[in-house]
Design a binder for this molecule. Structure first.
Ligand code: FE
Ligand code: FE
Ligand code: ZN
Length: 275
């Protein structure tokens, strides 16, 4: 089973997103838990969460991949801002508990000159505080392009966070544009990159993918998404990805520069390449 979907607007609630996803041929989706470029979250609606969970089950959707705000930097240098980011993470995880069994993905953070080691330990501290035992959602660290002081551009950094947290309920969301920009050659050696991931992190921790083509050349450390087939990854790479046995069954989320109709076309395109 291939679970394909895209980012959807959360403004009309969870059930509305399930219906929208269904209307464009998706069977998973992503959404921002709050304003992605701010920190404001909308009012909670428990009845909507229950209705959405029912609909997801009825429609045999794959796991959803919620996305934390871009502004949430768990390893920012200013202690007050860092504490605020940690409180946002706590609130996001508490809210996500209303959608049990799904994923919460976020960008690990940028250490802004504090150094990778300090950054990693600050991210670990925040996660340990936020993740209560028995928590019903798996938290995913996104692979990053390694722009500026971003943590997560190397598999080793993700592994260090996972080991530091020491929970079964933490995994990785692999972003195809980010790993390419970060220097992992999924165009010419997808198998080799997945083997490297398995060696460093373990494929059992790979829980979801972000499917994006890249506007940038290999190893550029830039992070600019392109529509599927229009960038430097190319259609052949996505054909390999969606048919790769190691990635079977994982939710795959489009974050390409598209409106809903564009996402619908890309989902159909990807489904047409299924073998
Ligand atoms: Fe992301
Ligand atoms: Fe992404
Ligand atoms: Zn990106």
């Amino acid at each position: 089973m291939r679970y394909l979907g895209c980012h959807l607007s959360a403004s009309d609630g969870n059930l509305a997103m399930v219906r929208t996803a269904q209307s464009i041929g998706a069977n998973t989706f992503a959404f921002f838990t709050r304003n992605p470029r701010g920190s404001k979250a909308k009012a909670e609606d428990p009845a909507d969460c229950v209705a959405a969970m029912d609909a997801l089950k009825q429609l045999n959707f794959g796991k959803l991949v919620a996305h934390g705000a871009y502004t949430m930097n768990l390893c920012t240098a200013d202690p007050e801002a860092r504490a605020f980011a940690a409180s946002v993470l706590c609130d996001d995880l508490r809210r996500m508990a209303a959608l049990p069994g799904n994923y919460y993905n976020f960008h690990p953070g940028s250490h802004v000159g504090q150094g990778t080691e300090t950054g990693i330990s600050q991210i670990v501290d925040a996660l340990k505080l936020a993740m209560a035992p028995g928590y019903p959602v798996t938290v995913l660290l996104e692979t990053m392009a390694g722009k500026g002081s971003e943590i997560g551009g190397k598999f080793e950094e993700l592994k260090a966070i996972i080991d530091g947290v020491g929970s079964e309920q933490i995994g990785v969301c692999l972003d195809t544009c980010h790993v390419w920009d970060g220097g992992y050659d999924i165009v010419n050696d997808l198998d080799g990159v997945l083997q490297e991931f398995d060696r460093v992190v373990g494929l059992n921790r790979l829980c979801a993918l972000h499917l994006n083509d890249s506007k940038n050349v290999f190893g550029s450390h830039k992070d600019r998404h392109e529509c599927i087939g229009d960038g430097n990854l190319g259609l052949a790479t996505f054909e390999k990805i969606i048919n790769h046995p190691a990635l079977a069954g994982l939710p795959m989320i489009l974050e390409t520069p598209n409106e809903l109709s564009g996402y619908q076309k890309e989902i159909a395109l990807l489904r047409s390449m299924e073998k």
